[in-house]
Design a protein around this ligand. Sequence first.
Ligand SMILES: [Zn+2]
Length: 238
Amino acid sequence: MGFLLSIIIGLSAMIPGGNDMIQLAGIQFKVIQNGDSDHRYIWVHGDEQTAKMALENHMKIQEGTAFLVTGILREAEFFGGIIDPNRIFSSEGAKANIQKYNRKWSRAKKAETLEIINRDRDSFLNKILPKNGGLLIALHNNYKGYNVKKEVRNSDEVSIKKDQNPRDFFICTSRADYEVLTQSPFNVVLQETMPKKDDGSLSWAAIRHGVRYVNIETRLGWLSQQKKMLNYLEDHLK
Ligand SMILES: [Zn+2]
């Protein structure tokens, strides 16, 4: 523990302009703050570049705080191995994820790195989660296969529009937000109930902390669609 811990502390001290970066177990996020709106945005998968463009563009015109992962791959570098940054927001999920991507690690290293995630998680969440009932918006892209129909069985309510591509959709955790978004032209599902098995994704952490969360999921490359959906949230969810 001591050795890895000192590496992390050393690394965070070395980052230039340290105030503009936050980290969780060595996974770095750039912070873009524009005004003091309570709206928060996060982009966690480095290969989902359309979502990154939509968010960077958005932050030039809208107020709020955005957190952008610094890597360019889906999995982040993690103590010489890799990890999915969207599976570390519960201890159970992080443990399974360390195992999935780093099978050859010793039992001690797996335990030690899990410990570091668990130690950092709350202060990281404290920085990214909005206070005062604000909204956390996550932006994701998909390639092929994944679409809104795969979320139906995990959802409490669904509103699927006939003329929308099933790969473009919102996932929200607040029923009030869901009621607004059903009126939108876009697909939306409500996930307000914690699953039996928490896979460590940020949406469940948001529910645990009573934070309103909306994920905007669109096809990779469909920048105008993702911008439209982001603007819709901005205009309709306060
Ligand atoms: Zn993603």
